[in-house]
Structures are given as C-alpha cells and as structure tokens.
Design a binder for this molecule. Structure first.
Ligand code: FES
Length: 248
C-alpha cells in the first residue's frame, strides 16, 4: 500500500467523556470501514512517533477519529484545536468487508473505545441493506450509541456497573447463531471469547486487533501477531483478521 502522509486541518474537536475525544480532520482521500491512520499532532516534541487511531466515520472531505487519552501521544492529540494542523498517514490496513448482500444479518460487538471503528462500518453495512445489531459493552457510561441508533441499528448495551443496560459482560448478550456474520473490536479477552463462541457455532467472525505501532505500513515489524499461518503484521495484514486465523 502506498504510504500517503498529509498535513490536514483540524476541523472540530469534541470532548465526548472525561477521557474520550472526537477529532474531525479535513481529508478527501479514499477510506474503507475499519481502516486506521497514523496521527501526529505535535511539532518538535516527543513522542516522535504517530499514534494509530481507527477511522470512526468519514465523509467526502472529512474523517472522524474517536480516541481515548491513554498516554502522552493521545493527550497531545486531545489538545488540538480547530485551525491546528495534524499529520495524517493513511488510510492504512485492510478494514472490514462491508460489501455484503442486502439482508445479511450482521452483529457488531464493541468493547469500550472498540466501538470507534464500528460506526463507519455500521453506516456502510446499512447502505448495503444489511440488518445491523450493535452489542456494546462499557465499564459504566456508554457513548456514541445514539449515532448507531440514527443509522437504524438495533443497540444492545451491557455495563460492568449495571447503571445502563445489562449488568455484566457484552459477551453474555450475543447469540452468534442469530447472525450471518460477527465483527468485533475491543479488549483482547472479549474478542477471543466472542470469536471462540462464533467459531463453535460456525458463524463467520472477524476481529479488529489493536497493537502498538511505529511505522503503520509493515516495515518495522513492531506490530507482529501470531496467526495459524505464521507471523503477520497487524498494520499491513490486519488490523482485521478472520477469527479462525487467530483462535483455531
Ligand atoms: Fe511497523 Fe506494523 S507498525 S510493521
């Protein structure tokens, strides 16, 4: 994949929760659901490397990122303001296959900030005429679920605290045999549990892995994961992998 880096304007920055932000940047290049960009929003400061952030949604001339502040790189991203400039490299990775027949029943399963790449995915699936159910799990307070409802998705919610939705894990809500395909993004333990349940039920499942990344294009071997076909780069061969490649 050609590496494409550009200086993009920050169009909007919205605080979604105490730790989650949404950044809209100017971008008119091609994007697919489930891809990611390397974002670098600081000049002359550490950390030198960009941060891999999944595409939340996109339009003709913009791309949205939903991210959680976890360290210095994301803290610096959250400090950007409209009018600032951001270095974008992308769109990277394979993404989710959303070119499915109308009427396909698709379950999207997101844990915490793992819901981020599922919004653009849901939009593309709904445009293809798929029936989409989002299973979302959060520690306590959910976010961005209204955007899925606005797309006509059924939304099932679980929280650890029980303050909203089902008290417990989102993995307890999904019956894989209700669906033709399951797409997952979230904590590794959640993805493995969902993937194994789907594989046991013979329902196709695809997981979007998160990894520390340096180059984002398969050059540094910093994001290698083990698959049944041998080592693969999460950034170049993924981030989306069929469940059976990782868990069988
Ligand atoms: Fe360098 Fe994936 S981040 S190979």
């Amino acid at each position: 994949m050609a590496k494409h880096t550009t200086q993009a304007p920050v169009l909007a920055m919205t605080r979604v929760t105490d730790t989650v932000w949404q950044l809209r940047a100017g971008w008119d290049g091609p994007v697919r659901a489930g891809q990611f960009f390397m974002l670098r929003g600081w000049q002359g400061k550490d950390p030198l490397l960009g941060r891999p952030i999944s595409v939340h949604d996109w339009g003709e001339d913009w791309v949205d990122f939903l991210f959680e502040v976890r360290g210095e790189g994301t803290r610096l991203l959250s400090a950007l303001e409209p009018g600032d400039t951001l270095e974008l490299t992308g769109a990277l990775g394979n993404g989710f296959d959303t070119d499915l027949p109308a009427g396909t029943k698709v379950a999207l399963v997101g844990g915490g900030i793992g819901v981020a790449p599922l919004l653009g995915t849901a939009r593309a699936l709904r445009a293809a005429g798929c029936a989409v159910t989002l299973f979302a799990g959060f520690r306590d307070e959910p976010y961005v679920l209204d955007k899925f409802e606005a797309l006509g998705c059924d939304v099932q919610l679980a929280t650890d605290s029980g303050r909203f939705g089902h008290k417990g894990f989102v993995t307890e809500l999904l019956n894989p045999t209700d669906f033709d395909r399951v797409l997952v993004c979230g904590p590794e333990v959640m993805m493995e549990k969902i993937a194994r349940a789907c594989l046991a039920a013979k329902v196709p499942v695809f997981v979007s892995r998160e990894s520390h990344m340096a180059c984002g294009i398969g050059a540094c071997l910093g994001c290698t994961c083990h698959t049944k076909n041998g080592p693969r780069s999460t950034c170049k061969d993924g981030p989306v992998f069929p469940g059976e490649v990782l868990y069988e």
